[in-house]
Design a protein around this ligand. Structure first.
Ligand SMILES: [Zn+2]
Length: 308
């Protein structure tokens, strides 16, 4: 089990911090903070009120209580956005248009279905979507600090992914385009896009990468992390192709799939969620989210583990 106490504000570069929450599994995300002459920019909030308050308390301690001027959401998922409403009212929230639309339409914030055990309790949070949006790129200039928010140009983890790039410090907040030592998840995005996004990320040539989940990635280990993602996405695509050819359901394809080195990663049951995405894309159908999660619970032998 992990708790908010197992989160750590890690200095990544001068005035740049990563909020790393162990162990990065379901609902346990990473976030960040960038100090500028005009205040702090937060990159992503957390799933729960308690975890977001822990993040903001740590950031206030590291920045002499500087005001939080902006917060960026890297994508719509609740582990990165439900805590938005814990931010000060004056904080401007920035995200992709699809992130705004997704958070407005989100039902899980009103009460989490029993797909996880224990069922997450978000605390006192309400929908607070980004009010400044882009469908492409956008730059925040705050004093001398420049933060580029960049969309890959296609669906990858979701349809509205943004990375946050500090060109001066060469730090990349990758959101859930990268899962470090955790099973990747693309059921609301695209397998092909997720694969393409890896080359796009490599093109930044970053010094440090803050993944959406799991431990920090430095320049020396990035190639290996990207290659691990490539292997996983190709495994999903190959398993989907074989399953479709054999007339298997995504659940049966997942049961027959040998995960190899990915079997021991947290959240391995995500294979069936990812297969649902690969099937839907191959068959040009809509993904049935409820069925996908029900299959993940079946594959897992019960509700999925969380420690949120
Ligand atoms: Zn996430």
């Amino acid at each position: 089990m992990t708790s908010p106490e197992q989160a750590e504000l890690v200095p990544v570069a001068d005035g740049v911090f990563a909020w790393i929450q162990a162990d990065g599994s379901w609902w346990i995300n990473n976030a960040g903070a960038i100090t500028t002459p005009e205040g702090v920019i937060i990159v992503d909030t957390c799933a729960t009120e308690e975890r977001t308050r822990a993040l903001l308390t740590a950031v206030a301690g590291a920045t002499h209580d500087a005001p939080v001027t902006y917060a960026v959401n890297t994508h719509e998922h609740g582990d990165h956005t439900y805590g938005n409403s814990v931010l000060p009212e004056s904080t401007v929230i920035v995200g992709h248009q699809a992130t705004r639309a997704g958070l407005i339409a989100d039902q899980v914030i009103d009460g989490c279905p029993p797909f996880w055990s224990p069922v997450p309790d978000w605390g006192q949070v309400v929908r607070r979507p980004p009010t400044v949006t882009t469908s492409t790129d956008l730059t925040i200039h705050s004093g001398s600090q420049r933060l580029d928010l960049l969309h890959p140009g296609f669906a990858a983890h979701t349809t509205g992914d943004l990375v946050a790039w500090l060109p001066d410090q060469r730090v990349l907040f990758a959101g859930d385009l990268l899962f470090s030592q955790v099973t990747p998840l693309v059921f609301m995005g695209s397998l092909d896009g997720a694969l393409r996004s890896l080359d796009w990320i490599a093109g930044f040539d970053p010094q440090h990468v803050v993944p959406g989940h799991g431990p920090l990635i430095d320049a020396n280990s990035l190639d290996e992390v990207l290659e691990t993602h490539r292997r996983y996405y190709r495994l999903v695509l190959d398993t989907a192709r074989a399953g479709l050819d054999a007339g298997l359901t995504p659940l049966d394809a997942a049961r027959k799939c040998s995960l190899g080195p990915f079997a021991d990663l947290p959240d391995a049951e995500r294979i069936v969620l990812n297969l649902h995405r690969a099937y839907a894309d191959a068959q040009h159908t809509e993904l049935d989210i409820f069925q996908a999660f029900a299959d993940a619970v079946t594959l897992n032998g019960g509700p999925m583990h969380t420690a949120v």
